[in-house]
Design a protein around this ligand. Structure first.
Ligand code: GLU
Length: 186
């Protein structure tokens, strides 16, 4: 069982997110990653193995931002390596997605997207959903997520961010739990 943590607020989110996924380590995982939305668009760092490997990467390339998502992966589609670790991006690189679960019909969706010119970087089912969200994106992330999820079969918990909407964190679930915590400005 993997885990996802998202943050939107006014604090620096990187440490909050790393601390968050550490609290989910007990669930088991094979790799981890983080995506932050900031003035540079979306910045991503990922690493196979333990979260301490990700922290090591971050020491060489510290991310910043107060909107982001982090993930611990338990591979179902694609070997556990740096590339297949989440978050994954859409074709534009401006949308990032962390996903828990399985997209059962990812093959047929992937073939269609490839026929439309989409190029995939990973072996995961998750990247297909990221591209699908990007395909439908027209300025409102929650609408694109809704359209994309209507085409998906399977169970999931997801968190999605978009560089063009730095005031928004979108979550959705089907068959997986999702908890939202609210604080002043967060
Ligand atoms: N099916 C996805 C993958 O293999 C997500 C696995 C998970 O829940 O961590 O990347």
């Amino acid at each position: 069982m993997c885990g996802i943590v998202g943050y939107i607020g006014d604090r620096d989110g990187v440490q909050l997110l790393i601390d968050g996924i550490k609290r989910l380590e007990y669930r088991g995982y094979d790799s981890s990653g983080i995506a932050m939305v900031n003035g540079n668009g979306i910045e991503i760092e990922k690493a196979a193995g333990k979260i301490k490997n990700l922290e090591e990467r971050l020491r060489g390339h510290m991310l910043k931002g107060s909107l982001g998502i982090a993930h611990t992966r338990w591979a179902t589609h694609g070997v556990p390596n740096d590339t297949n670790a989440h978050p994954h991006t859409d074709q534009s690189g401006r949308i990032a997605l962390a996903h828990n679960g399985i997209i059962e019909n990812y093959r047929v969706l992937k073939q269609k997207l490839e026929s439309e010119g989409h190029v995939f970087q990973t072996q995961t089912d998750t990247e297909v959903l990221a591209h699908l969200i990007g395909k439908f994106y027209n300025g409102k992330l929650e609408e694109a997520v809704t359209y994309a999820l209507n085409l998906v079969e399977g169970t999931y918990g997801i968190a999605v961010v978009c560089a063009d909407e730095p005031d928004k964190l979108v979550g959705a679930r089907m068959g997986s739990p999702l908890v939202v915590g609210v604080n002043d400005g967060e």
